[in-house]
Design a protein around this ligand. Structure first.
Ligand SMILES: Cc1ncc(C[n+]2csc(CCOP(=O)(O)OP(=O)(O)O)c2C)c(N)n1
Length: 374
């Protein structure tokens, strides 16, 4: 296994002084090391992976130095447009080193949303003509491959990818821990909401541990619920909820979103409020972090989510922290014409033994559609 320190130091020695990206569970240790060791100004956790590619491009324009862009392979989708229409050698030709966590690598068991992405990943990079290398888990080989990747990046003057397999990096525990003291964490907030919804209400929950907690709640209660558990497509949960709300105007649709997810595709907020989602309640569980993949910070605690919602045209937007306020505002907002936004500010953290849905995404889809009489 590789020490993150070794790769970080090699990157620094190769002239990389700016790191940006979106965290990934597989790169958790490397991301934590960068968070702890890169000066704050040299590290930006981006809203989405396309955003990170563009930041790397701006950095190069202003410094003549390539940046490191880290991401999970599911983020390649977000990055394709700026990679091909900006950084590509046939457009602005901007070098950068992408460090990509390889979820769903063939032969390695993973969740359904990662399987095809992992299987087709190298072909996707080939189709984009992005040269790629696999980072070996052994220090000497990793040093050689990293040097080769840097050489290729400089020669091509274009983005190059370094693929990171599961268990490549040795454990590194984030030292920069931010402890908050809110009354609830995400799971407590989710339970409080689910306990108070009616049998007809539809729930759309976001990517990561939130959906796993919704699933476990239903399992524990032995009730089915009308839930759509978003497993992939981080950042699109609220748009799925809006589409559903429009198609089912007689139902109340409750979106359980995360701050990282909200920020990833925040532009959707302006659309949600303009297109008549009267029956949509958008709940943002804000733990100020990408909790599901290692707890790296988002700007969730620093931005005023209800003010943004109001400015986007949501009819109501409030923020709560404790269970009593949450229960009260939930009842009130469910009774109003939407779209409304309810922010719940919570501590990060989850139960270590939190399970994963045993049903497949298609079973989840069918169960929901059946419950809607479709
Ligand atoms: C496009 C994309 N990039 C990155 C990921 C990896 N990922 C899964 S969950 C998650 C964090 C989500 O953060 P947030 O919405 O705040 O929810 P939390 O985990 O804090 O509950 C990330 C980065 C992903 N699934 N998809």
């Amino acid at each position: 296994m590789l020490e993150s320190a070794l790769i970080y130091d090699l990157l620094r020695q190769n002239g990389f002084d700016f790191f940006t990206g979106v965290p990934d569970s597989l790169l958790k240790d490397f991301c934590a090391y960068v968070s702890d060791n890169a000066p704050d100004d040299d590290h930006v956790i981006a809203a989405n992976e396309g955003n990170a590619v563009a930041l790397a491009m701006g950095h190069y324009l202003g410094s003549a130095k390539p940046a490191v862009v880290y991401m999970q392979n599911s983020g390649i989708g977000n990055a394709v447009n700026p990679l091909l229409s900006l950084a590509d050698r046939e457009v602005y030709s901007v070098p950068m080193l992408m460090v990509i966590g390889w979820r769903g690598e063939p032969g390695v068991k993973d969740e359904p949303q990662h399987v095809k992405q992992g299987r087709r990943m190298t072909e996707l990079l080939d189709a984009m003509e992005v040269p790629w290398f696999v980072l070996p888990a052994e220090a000497e080989d990793a040093t050689t491959v990293l040097a080769e990747a840097c050489r290729t990046m400089k020669e091509a003057a274009a983005p190059v990818a370094l693929l990171v397999r599961k268990n490549t990096f040795a454990r590194y525990e984030l030292r920069k821990k931010s402890a908050t003291n809110y009354p609830m964490n995400r799971e407590a907030a989710i339970q409080c909401v689910l306990e108070r919804l009616g049998d007809e209400d539809v729930v759309v929950s976001t990517t990561g541990k939130a959906s796993r907690e919704v699933y476990e709640y239903r399992q524990a209660k032995g009730t089915a619920g009308n839930d759509f558990l978003t497993v992939g497509g981080m950042g699109h949960t609220a748009s799925i909820a809006m589409g559903l709300a429009r198609a089912q105007p007689a139902r109340r649709v409750v979106c359980l979103d995360g701050d990282g997810s909200l920020i990833m595709h925040m532009g959707a907020m302006g659309i949600i409020s303009r297109q008549g989602s009267d029956n949509l309640l958008h709940i943002v569980i804000n733990n100020g972090a990408h909790d599901s993949v290692g707890g790296q910070p988002t700007v969730g605690y620093e931005i005023d989510v209800p003010a943004i919602a109001r400015a986007c045209g949501y009819r109501e937007a409030v923020s709560v922290t404790d269970e009593e306020e949450l229960a009260r505002e939930l009842q009130r907002l469910l009774g109003l014409r939407g779209p409304a936004l309810l922010q719940v500010v919570v501590n990060k953290g989850a139960r270590p033994e939190l399970g994963r849905p045993k049903s497949t995404p298609i079973e989840n889809r069918d169960a929901l559609m059946q419950s809607l009489g479709l």
